[in-house]
Design a binder for this molecule. Structure first.
Ligand code: DHB
Length: 389
């Protein structure tokens, strides 16, 4: 079988790329190992930059993000038991939208189905070959276990942080760092505790209070990477979250039954370059950020916005320069997001072996930031996202 662009991975990055290519008249096949149901029920982050919202709405994906998404004009930075609201609209004239990543996936999959896109769930790619030629190919097995070969002009690896596509290339430069903690994430049936997100530094470690709807809430707290969710009863989880957000203002979380608990891994990773011959990487396959600041999905969508345009220029105008420029161009934004995500992580978390000096230093940093309009403006600029340059 042949196609123009073979897209490995049918998460938001792969589906959005296939959608953008179709709009430019370029044919693609999307291969995704998991089922639609598995991806739809995997909870991920929930904050979209304005440009991600525009990408979804202006390319005709669906307006559900406009009707169901919740516009947030800021966040609360809470430390030493005190709240420090940041108003992004006032600081930088921008907002973000709370709309869960699994809903973005549902919308994109529906748009591809509506437009007759070729998206194959349950298809596992097993090997890539001939990446340095003009006819790269891949082998894959379908949901029934039968083997297939697909020959393409270009293969795009949008297959997530454990990317097979990335591992098919040796000799590239990988940059990585690890963290001595993870996040314990919960979904709970409860009322909202706050209208907007609360990012908390506390003597007991980081906590993040987020929302999903009027009746379901999402919260996270820093934990040991080896933490076993089975050791955490509902009472223990609520007590831990409450002591992290506690303060002189008497702030109290609204609690309720816990619907889900998971430990989320934490790491920073970048592969350079994002291209090897006719293989291009996009999204988590090329780079991973820690979740603090919710850049993962936004970066993935920014990658494919660039890549979609670059491949369209190549097919439609015969201009290879944007494809050649893709890796360098995407990496500029990726490194800004790497810096932002690791900065937010360091400022808000307390490593298990932290010395008293570094704990006080982080509080000094938060104090400096929240007492300076320039400091808050910097955070607001990063959080709401940079233009794709
Ligand atoms: C959410 C996750 C994040 O990592 C973040 O920084 C903000 C919000 C969320 O799941 O709602």
């Amino acid at each position: 079988e042949t196609t123009q662009v073979a897209v490995v991975g049918g998460g938001p990055a792969g589906l959005m790329l296939s959608h953008l290519l179709a709009r430019a008249g370029v044919e693609s096949i999307v291969l995704e190992a998991r089922t639609h149901e598995e991806i739809r029920t995997t909870h991920r982050a929930g904050i979209l930059e304005d440009q991600a919202v525009r990408l979804l709405t202006e390319t005709g994906v669906d307006s559900r993000v406009r009707s169901l998404g919740d516009e947030h004009a800021g966040i609360d930075l809470r430390f030493a038991g005190e709240s420090h609201p940041l108003d992004f609209r006032e600081l930088v004239g921008a907002t973000v939208t709370l709309y869960p990543q699994n809903e973005v996936f549902v919308d994109l999959a529906a748009a591809r189905a509506r437009d007759g896109g070729d998206v194959r769930f349950g298809w596992t790619v097993t090997a890539l070959a001939d990446l340095e030629t003009e006819r790269p190919r891949l082998t894959c097995t379908d949901a029934e276990g039968a083997e297939h070969e697909i020959v393409a002009d270009v293969i795009v690896g949008a297959d997530g942080s454990r990317s097979l596509c990335r591992r098919a290339v040796d000799g590239a430069q990988d940059y990585r760092t690890s963290y001595p903690f993870a996040w314990f994430g919960i979904l709970a049936e409860a009322e909202k505790s706050a209208a907007e997100l609360i990012y908390t530094n506390s003597p007991h470690g980081f906590a993040l209070i987020s929302q999903r709807s009027e009746t379901v809430q999402r919260m996270y707290f820093q934990c040991d990477p080896e933490e076993d969710v089975a050791d955490w009863s509902e009472d223990r989880i609520w007590a831990e979250l409450q002591r992290r957000v506690a303060g002189a203002d008497g702030f109290e979380l609204a609690t309720g039954p816990i619907l889900e608990k998971t430990v989320l891994p934490f790491r920073s990773f970048v592969r350079e370059p994002l291209r090897h011959g006719r293989l291009l990487l996009a999204g988590d396959a090329g780079h991973t950020v820690p979740p603090t600041g919710a850049k993962g999905l936004n970066l993935a969508l920014a990658d494919v916005a660039l890549l979609g345009e670059a491949l369209a220029a190549w097919y439609v105008d015969g201009d290879a320069r944007p494809v050649d420029a893709y890796s360098d161009q995407a990496l500029r934004r990726i490194w800004r997001a790497q810096h932002f995500s690791s900065w937010m992580t360091a400022m808000l978390h307390t490593p298990p072996d932290a010395d008293p000096f570094s704990i006080r230093r982080a509080l000094g940093e938060l104090e400096t930031l929240t007492s300076s309009p320039g400091g808050m403006q910097h955070l607001a600029e990063c959080y709401t996202g940079w233009p794709n340059t």
